[in-house]
Structure formats: C-alpha cells, structure tokens
Design a protein around this ligand. Structure first.
Ligand SMILES: Nc1ncnc2c1ncn2[C@@H]1O[C@H](COP(=O)(O)OP(=O)(O)O)[C@@H](O)[C@H]1O
Ligand SMILES: [Mg+2]
Length: 375
C-alpha cells in the first residue's frame, strides 16, 4: 500500500542539532522515537518549512542555523512523491544575504512560495498547540486561516495585503489627518479584502463540517466564527457588507488614530470550538479533550482535501500518541491510515506505536543521529 504524498528522502544541512542528515524513506507512515532533546521535533519543523509560512515553530530564520556553524545558514531538501511522480523541493536560508528563505522546486527558484502547494500540502499538531484555545485570538486565527489556505491559496495573500492596507491607512491618518482623500480609496480596498477574507473563512468551515467523522472517540467539532464581518455576511450580500465597513471605518478614523490600530475588521475575529457530543466549548474541556478536538478538526480537514483535491496532506503529529488512551490511539492510527497519505508521528516511547508495527517505518534518533530502528 502506498501513502501519497510521501517524503522519499530528506536532507538537512546545518539545521539546528543536525550538521548533516540524510534519511531515505518509503511511501509508508513514519515513526520517530528518541529521548527528550534528541531532535525529533526538529525533523518535523524542517519538513513543515517545505510549505509556505514560518513552519511549525514560527521560528526566526536565523535561529535555525546549527549553533556550531551559525554563519552558514541552513538547507532542507526533500524528494516528494505524489501521483504525478517525484519532485525535488528545497528551502534554504543564507545568513546575511537576505531576510527571506529561498524555495526551489526541481532546481528552479520560486518567488511565490504557494507554488509548493501545487505539489503537496502538510498540516501539523504540536505540543505548543495544546494551549491554542486558551491563548490570544491571533493564534487561533493563524490556525484556522492555515486550514483556509488549502482551499483558497490566495487567502494568504489577501491577509498580507489587508495588513499592509491597514498600516498604510494608519500612516495617512498620522501624517495627513482624518479627512485626507486617500483614506476613501484605502478603506474601499480594505473593505474588499476584508470581505474576501471573511467569506473564505465562512465558506471553508461550512464545507468542512460534513467531513467530521462519526466517531464518539473523536467527536465532531462545531466551529463558530465570532467576527463582525463574518456575521454581517450571514444576512447581507458582499457589496452591502463592504459599504457598511467603509462607513464604519470612515466614522472610526479619529478613534483608530488615537488607539493606533484599526478597531473593526476580520483581523479581530475569533473562533470558538464546541464539542458537539458533550455540548461544551473547548475551553470548558480538559487538556486531553482539547487535543482530541484539534485532531478531529485536522482529520476532517485532511478528508476534505482528499475528497476535493485528490490527496490528503502529509500529517506531522508531534508527541500526540503518548497522550491518548489506548483505544483512542488505535482509532487515531486507523483514521490516519484511511487518509492514505504519509503521516509522521513522534514520541519518546516506542510502545505507544505498537499498533503500527507492521506498517510504519521506525527511526530512532539519538543526539542528532538517526538510525533505522527494528523496534
Ligand atoms: N540552532 C540550533 N543549533 C543547535 N542545536 C539546536 C538549535 N536549536 C535547537 N537545538 C537543539 O536541538 C535539540 C533537539 O530538539 P528537539 O527536536 O526539539 O528535540 P525532541 O526530540 O525532544 O523533539 C535540543 O537539544 C535543542 O537544544
Ligand atoms: Mg519534541
């Protein structure tokens, strides 16, 4: 059985605790085990940089270079197999040369990082995300907006451009006062972007909902968006909502100037997740239940992608298995196998992965060295 897309080879150079690492892989699930600090999460982070964005740790590019060779920058490259064959993708950062990382696909440099999404996509769950429901709304927006990118790749550009327009409006307010004619044009463009962003979020979450599994161990998550623009789109056509936003921003110019920020818009929206089985919100649930809700959401997203785009994303699940009870762990493995894309799991204890003994390829990591493990 082939699990596609799949990483077939991974090479890291001067990447965190790896001076040089090459791993050859088959199109099967991957399990990385090793002690704390061995380098398991570093491997998943390196993989996550093969998609647009800042990877699963949101790290600064210059933090990643191996400390023993800090001026050399770093390189991640991989051979990725999908239905169309094998492609070589890579990303690198050269210290002092630029503030951006470079993306290469089959040796061609790509300015547009979203070109990677034409080949494959990836989603992940890390221990850091255990606090997703307790943190500030910006973390939740980042998480849910990433799900939306897979559906609307332009969503990422709209978000960036909307941020730029908001900054520009505040600059004009500061430099030229609240009656400057440029403000009308900026607010009109902001309104167009805001409505596109809010509509994409609404549409994606609506399409996602039938893809939740009918499994009491992984309950359905109902995701509610709390946001003025998303809410207005329930009852009014997009053009009316744009007009309404322009009016609000025109009236709020002085207030926004004094507070140094735009006080209304989809950059302030939040997401509330309800467990449909218990009726409780994620915040009211235990840490373990919150993790399970996140897994339910990621599995629904992966099934949506499989159904709509032909293949599921590669899943990177860092330290997930050890925190589940044995029944849920086995059920999780089943759900992941049914996606038919490669998934990567990590843990300190190889016993948690007994259910994958015949299927997965196991690697033992010790202080930056990776060995095939016979378990
Ligand atoms: N830039 C860096 N250079 C060298 N080592 C690093 C760098 N960043 C992190 N490390 C080290 O990488 C090690 C492995 O980290 P990690 O992958 O998070 O371990 P784990 O196996 O527990 O997931 C840690 O000991 C950390 O100190
Ligand atoms: Mg780790």
């Amino acid at each position: 059985m082939s699990f596609l897309p799949a990483i077939r080879q991974l090479t890291l150079t001067s990447y965190r605790n790896y001076q040089h690492l090459v791993i050859d892989l088959q199109t099967r699930p991957v399990v990385l085990t090793g002690h704390n600090g061995a380098g398991k999460s570093n491997v998943l982070e390196a993989l996550s940089l093969l998609t647009p964005g800042r990877g699963l740790r949101q790290a600064k590019l210059n933090e990643i270079s191996c400390v023993s060779q800090p001026t050399r920058g770093w390189v991640v490259s991989a051979a990725v197999e999908n239905n169309g064959g094998v492609n070589t993708v890579g990303t690198s950062y050269e210290a002092d040369k630029s503030q951006r990382r470079v993306i290469r696909i089959n040796e061609n440099t790509k300015r547009d990082h979203s070109a990677l999404l034409d080949l494959f996509s990836m989603i992940w769950l890390t221990p850091h995300m255990d606090s997703l429901f307790l943190e500030s709304s910006s973390e939740r927006r980042r998480f849910f907006d990433r799900l939306v990118y897979a559906h609307y790749p332009s969503h990422a550009d709209y978000l960036t451009e909307y941020q730029n327009l908001m900054r520009e409006r505040l600059r004009v307010l500061q430099d030229h006062g609240h009656q400057h004619p440029w403000l009308n044009g900026l607010e009109q463009q902001m309104a167009e972007h805001a409505v596109a962003i809010a509509s994409a979020r609404r549409q994606h979450l609506k399409e996602l909902s039938p893809f939740f599994l009918d499994d009491p161990l992984f309950p359905i998550a109902h995701i509610e968006i709390i946001g003025d623009v998303e809410h207005a789109l329930q009852d009014a056509p997009a053009l009316k909502v744009e007009e309404g936003l322009q009016n609000i921003w025109a009236q709020q110019r002085q207030h926004d100037y004094y507070s140094g920020m735009t006080n209304t818009g989809p950059h302030r929206s939040d997401f509330i997740v309800h467990n449909k089985l218990s009726g409780l919100t994620a915040i009211q649930s235990s840490t373990g239940e919150q993790k399970i809700l996140l897994l339910s959401i990621l599995i629904a997203q992966a099934n949506w992608q499989k159904n709509n785009q032909g293949s599921a994303p590669i899943l990177l699940l860092d330290e997930v298995a050890a925190h589940l009870d044995p029944a849920r762990r086995d059920r999780l493995f089943n759900h992941l196998i049914n996606l038919e894309s490669q998934f990567w799991l990590t843990g300190t204890d190889s016993d948690s992965f007994d259910g994958l003994r015949d299927l997965a390829q196991f690697f033992l990591i010790e202080k930056g060295l990776v060995k095939t493990s016979n378990l």
